[in-house]
Design a protein. Sequence first.
Length: 794
Amino acid sequence: MSFAMEEKLAETAAGERSELAILQGPRAAPCLLFSHGKGLKDQTFYNLFEPNNNKTYIKRIPELCNSYWQCPSQCSHQGWLIIMCEDDESNNKSNDNDDVVVDEYSNSSNWKFGDCFLWNPVLLETIQLPNFRHWINKYDHYDVHECVLSSPPGNPDSMVLFLFVGYLDEIREYVIVYCRPGDKQWSKQDLSRFAAYFPRALFCFKSKLYVDCYNAHLEIGKRRLDNDNETLPIMWFAVRQETDSPVVGALPYLRTHFVESCDELFKVHKLYHQGSCEKQVVALQVLRMNFSLMAWEEVKSLGDHVLFLGERTTASCSAAELGLTRGCVYFTQPNDMKLYTFDLEDNTITMSLPCPNLPRPWLSPDWLIMPMTARVVDGRRRTEDMLGKGEEEGIVIEAEENKTSINDDEKEEEAQKNNGGELEVGIWDILNDNILELIASFLHPVDYMHFRAVSKEIRSVIPTVNWRTTSIEITQTTSLSPWLVSFKPNDAIYNFVDPMYDNEKYSMNLSEFLLDATICASKGSWLLMFKGHKTLFFFNPFTRAMIQLPDLPDEREYIFPCISFSSSPTSSDCIVFAISEWGEDTVLIFFISRGDDSWRWVILNNTMLPSKGKRVRFRPYINNTVFCDTAFYCLDSNGKLGVFNLEDDFSWKVLVKLQRPCTSLYQCFLVECEGKLLSVFVGHVGKWVRIFRLDFSKMVWVEVDSLGKHMLLISNITCLSAVAPHKRMENKIYFPRFHNEGIMFYSLDTGRFHFLGSQRSAQDFYNIKEKLNCCWIEPYWSQASDKELDWLSV
């Protein structure tokens, strides 16, 4: 290559670097970085905070063609990145929905294999670190679990540290590899004496270094500047982490991120089920470190904090300063180009596609924080709102009825002002109090609330609804749609949405009954709840009735992704069924019948595959289990159907000859409809929805084109079918997803998604909120006798 050509390329690269300034704003802000194109040499920056529609910038920054880390990513570190030139040709990975295989660690032309350096995208400075070739060659045995820069490289105690976890001769090893800027070689610190605590993450907080372990932390001290041979002092201290998982019964994969934000340290658990067809996140749990108690505490509100999680970078910012929705966590997924937003207070996840037309191949995006150009006196910005301080806690949410009443009162008062102080006489105002009370006595609780909302005078006569003492005759004569009930883990407020009345909402404070309890399943008006590690019970939120089940055996805890019950728990034939994977060839099944004082459990083999000479693997998915005829049916994560038959001496088999009707799927659900077993298969991010009926005589799935007068209501916890109470609800499938306040439903007539109370339609799940921890329930107020509420009575 000629000198002129080299000079031209250098000028082009320098120009691209200098143009990074367009990403800088008046405040530090994270942007999303995609690497793509031939050799992964191009980068697209997506700016969440750009006010106009042009939110993306395409650059070619040679330094960013390598693996990079930016942790912690606070302004105190002035945006410095740790960059390593890796070239492991054997470690190829595929993109999401992409057959093109790329080298994730593709090397750039200006650096040698193993080069490691610090680079600042704003100052355009580079600080060389010792070559990392020796440790890259150990990648067959070691994984890099974390990388961190302790402080800006100008500080005398600044260090770069890597946490390696590996197996040698079936022994797990934990090693910290570290150096200071200016060192000639890397130093090694063995953590074998702490192996019993399972070191798993490395993070920095207030310039102190920590290693996260199970129920403990390690604090890494500073090495003296005058002694290169001195090892790092490491101090162990206990940390309480007694927080329940937000995913009850499942054994999900867990990815943990640490984020420093305005003198607060957060730990975020990102959980997704190990058997999901795609790595679907089923829950996020946000914890905050209480240093006075040395305990991780679950956070119910992030206040003004916004957190950003990537595979190798994390970031945080102030929602008020950057105009974002407060209390959100933005995150990315491996082998996925989507951006996900978790709203902690709303308990929803929304996915978007910020750069849908990237050239292939591409890598999963990560966060890059762009610090302020002007230096701050104390070296960092601060946010005044400290995690919701000053916010009231424990506020009881009123039912939506009360909000409606207040709005109506305001309208009446406004009308009175406009009418010279006299209120016009309405049709209901001519009725005396006795007649109003008589009418109210014949109304269903839902209609009762609507009646109270008519006028201020009626509300002054008719008291609020008593959910427990409603007449059985009235509740059985009113046609209602199932409601969607949602809750947040460890919260006593349960919210109900009625799709029949255009998303009408009700809230119940059930702290007296359900504090720290979680919904596992539902049928009719009964919820199957789980609490602690062994306690299960039934609860009717409308009558407040409860049926206690025997605890699980002492040697067993609740580990079931699938659980259901055959009929109302007040019925003598009610059976509770739960299933979990137990190794690759077997499943663990628990069941209990009404009248039993203890659980029965069996470990059963999966069906043999004659052609392969081994048993099929069945991985229960976090979804609904259906009782049909005399058997429980459940779908696994790959759409295989398993059957537990109660009559054939409790037999279990996987229907291996039953072909999955779809070549690929995103979600799958089972539902019973008029004695028929239906399956609902959903394509990638909702691109298609198909319904099938199981033909028991031929054991094949037969596609269903119409539900007739029926409607389906599906969720991971419970799937229901019902005769639609209104014609406009027929032949539709309702999902626990929302656009604004409108529930999403799929119409088999139009082949598209629609939303209650809106003319909007959609073809997929993008930019739609998915409600977590929710299920469908049928609102019945029938009172049960004391005998029916005793599980041991038959």
